[in-house]
Design a protein around this ligand. Structure first.
Ligand code: COA
Length: 188
């Protein structure tokens, strides 16, 4: 297995298709291509011979941090260390552009990011159109990129000082439609 940046447009298309199939990459091919043109070396694939078995890509949405947008490993190859190797390769390239990486993760993969050394930074609560977080909760500025095309809002809550029990209680108070975790890692 070899991890390397995408070389051709055809390979990029394979990587894109894999990320759409496995992750919540809702971007159109055109949007994806535009990002690739800005940071081509942040688009990596894991190849077994000429078969693509994993992908990772990221982008610099704000200064000072590279955001991991999508990571996926082919289903039959899970839990063999490929995801960890993809993350390592991604971090190495990202460190050229910024001292930090971050990601917005769904519950199901939170543990994976923690196992590879990324630290929880905050909760991103999702409120569908018209709904809002309870007034008494304080918001902090959001430094990661997250958006959808509808009017859903995503207030961000700092949880860096919370124990896991406090976090559980806090999550209930949020009364959100969905809760994601933002994790980050300092690279230098
Ligand atoms: C998440 C994903 C990329 C992990 O890939 P992988 O190759 O199985 O990961 P690794 O084998 O390198 O695992 C690294 C560590 O994380 C753990 N881990 C992997 N997947 C996990 C999961 N879903 N939940 C909890 N822990 C997980 C492994 O046990 C391993 O821990 P260890 O080092 O203590 O043994 C893969 O499951 C996947 O493609 N999922 C679907 C796509 C997705 O959800 N992507 C993330 C959102 S963009």
């Amino acid at each position: 297995m070899r991890i390397r940046p995408v070389k051709t447009k055809q390979e990029l298309r394979q990587v894109y298709d894999m990320s759409v199939e496995y992750t919540n990459n809702h971007q159109t091919w055109r949007e994806y291509l535009a990002k690739y043109k800005k940071f081509p070396d942040l688009f990596l694939g894991a190849w077994e011979g000429d078969k693509l078995i994993g992908e990772v890509f990221g982008f610099k949405f704000v200064e000072g941090v590279i955001t991991l947008h999508s990571i996926a490993v082919f289903g039959t190859e899970w839990k063999k260390g490929i995801g960890r190797n993809l993350i390592r390769a991604f971090e190495k390239v990202a460190s050229k552009y910024s001292p930090k990486v971050n990601v917005t993760s769904g519950r199901e993969v939170e543990d994976f990011y923690q196992r590879v050394g990324w630290k929880p930074r905050g909760l991103l609560a999702v409120y569908e159109e018209g709904k809002k977080p309870p007034k008494e909760l304080s918001l902090v500025p959001l430094e990661t990129h997250f958006r959808r095309r509808d009017k859903t809002t995503f207030p961000f809550f700092d949880i860096s000082d919370m124990t896991s029990r406090e976090r559980q209680d806090f999550e209930k108070e949020l009364k959100a439609d969905e809760i994601n975790l933002v994790l980050e890692k300092r690279l230098r």
